[in-house]
Design a protein around this ligand. Structure first.
Ligand SMILES: [Zn+2]
Length: 234
């Protein structure tokens, strides 16, 4: 059982989340911004996995620098986020990109299903919201996520986005892999991504490129993805 510490909401810095009783329950804490839903005044709990960055942000002043502001997030009309992910490719594993199984001689060895695209889209959304990254929210040493479909992570990121009062403005993702060719699967991947995000197909773009046969990406030993997302206030 993970250790839980109790922090009062007003002591949390910008964008800090709390994890409540249920593993996937994450909530923005703000006592000033009505657009962010706040739990009742009872002290929220933070799971140990998310906690280190929180504690550091609250209490650390590096080399005499002023402590990090504890004010609630600003209500911005737009928020931009970037995500990056990379996975090693190994024979004997399925290659799943954007929730679609792509025929290949190897796939991602990962704790979850190793979906590089969905992971980096999740990180882009979390980043735009000012939240901790996917590894902190869904720790890879937690058996609960072993073999989990990455759609679980993306649905939670989308839920957090709506809870914070935002929707997808547009999203642009780039896959980097040497093989196989993505073009025959691109529409299926993009379509599924739109479905998972609940986004209009006109605002979700997917590109793919090789790595010119250099480095692990170019030698079919890894796969990577970048995502930039713009969130708009609803
Ligand atoms: Zn990943």
């Amino acid at each position: 059982m993970a250790t839980h510490l109790h922090l009062h909401a007003s002591s949390l810095p910008t964008g800090i989340v709390t994890r409540n009783r249920k593993p996937l329950s994450l909530t923005f804490i703000s006592d000033k911004n009505p657009s962010f839903s706040a739990r009742p005044a009872s002290a929220p709990t933070l799971k140990a996995a998310v906690l280190p960055s929180v504690v550091a942000a609250v209490s650390t002043a590096v080399d005499g620098a002023p402590p990090v502001s504890a004010s609630p997030p600003k209500t911005l009309p737009f928020r931009v986020g970037h995500g990056f992910d990379l996975h090693r490719l190994e024979p004997g594993y399925p290659l799943i990109i954007g929730g679609i199984n792509i025929p290949h001689d190897r796939g991602c060895e990962a704790h979850s299903d190793g979906d590089v695209l969905l992971h980096c889209v999740v990180d882009a959304i979390l980043g735009a919201l000012g939240l901790p990254d996917i590894g902190q929210i869904f720790p890879d040493n937690d058996p609960k996520w072993k073999g989990a479909p990455s759609s679980v992570f993306i649905k939670e990121a989308v839920r957090l986005m709506h809870e914070a009062g935002y929707e997808i403005g547009n999203l642009d993702a780039t896959l980097i892999l040497q093989r196989p060719k993505v073009s025959p699967h691109k529409e299926a991947i993009r379509e599924n991504l739109c479905k998972l995000l609940g986004a209009d197909p006109t605002v979700v773009n997917l590109k793919a490129k090789t790595h010119e046969k250099v480095d692990s990406l170019g030698e079919n030993r890894s796969i990577a993805a970048h995502t930039v997302v713009l969130l708009m206030r609803k």
